[in-house]
Design a protein around this ligand. Sequence first.
Ligand SMILES: O=C1NC(=O)NC(C(=O)O)N1
Length: 313
Amino acid sequence: MVSTATSIAQKKFDNCIMNASGVWCYDEKELLEVDKSKAASFVTKSGTLQARKGNPKPRYFETNFGSINSMGLPNQGLEYYLDFVQKIQQQNPNKTYFVSCTGFNVQEDVLLLEKVENSGFKGIVELNLSCPNVPGKPQTGYDFETVDMILKTVFENYEGLLGVKLPPYFDIVHFDQMAKILNKYPLTYVNSVNSIGNGLYIDDAQEKVVIKPKNGFGGIGGDYIKPTALANVHAFYQRLDPKIQIIGTGGIKTGRDVFEHILCGASMVQVGTALMKEGPGVFERLTHELEMIMQSKGYEKLDDFKGKLKYIE
Ligand SMILES: O=C1NC(=O)NC(C(=O)O)N1
């Protein structure tokens, strides 16, 4: 009998597949639907200090190969998500939940994590360092000195479980430099990747972009980004202290994609575009497909193949 169970920071999950922050996690209704699905857990939309309306619509568009979005961090505010998770935690005391948050500067990041600690939240925090869609705001994950300073400052006070959501990197030297910084801190996990920022999708018939914000520039997800996602998962798996686990996000729409992310070193995978297209039923399908692949290969548990990607000698 195969098992798709996994653990992050000794927190056990009966499955290794969950939602990606930003998808099906905006409000209580969506979060409850993911909670009731076959997903291992849920992560909330990145909460900011104040609730945000986000960018003008249309701000999300699906293509045959994925999606483009410039949501602009629409969210109910961190406290809404903390209150909701506290409530649902009472009903499921043995389940570990994830709350995502993001500040617009280090002071905000510290404030957000203070709010988390004061709320008594006992799950895992995902600090989003990679939203590409707030006009005028950079993707923090590409500013290495700032990431170093944020983590140094945050860990001076925060003592809970903390993961970071990173943008995709495209240069081996950047993997080296980023891993050197991340290895200095007691991180629970690194989540690679967020969308590939500032792509452009065009409607040829209308000769027009398909989303309104930023003249059509938006984060790319789906099939387009799987090779990049797998490379980032494996690059950090190769470089990070084994105490820092990897969550793989990007391009997952079949059990094979889940299998490949785990083969690259992921302990958990998150689903964005495919969840947006299919709804929370996607978790049951992906779990079944992964189980079939494991069975056909004689693997009983994730550790039988996690991180065991072979190279050509
Ligand atoms: O981190 C994010 N990544 C995305 O691709 N989009 C959202 C957003 O725009 O809110 N945030």
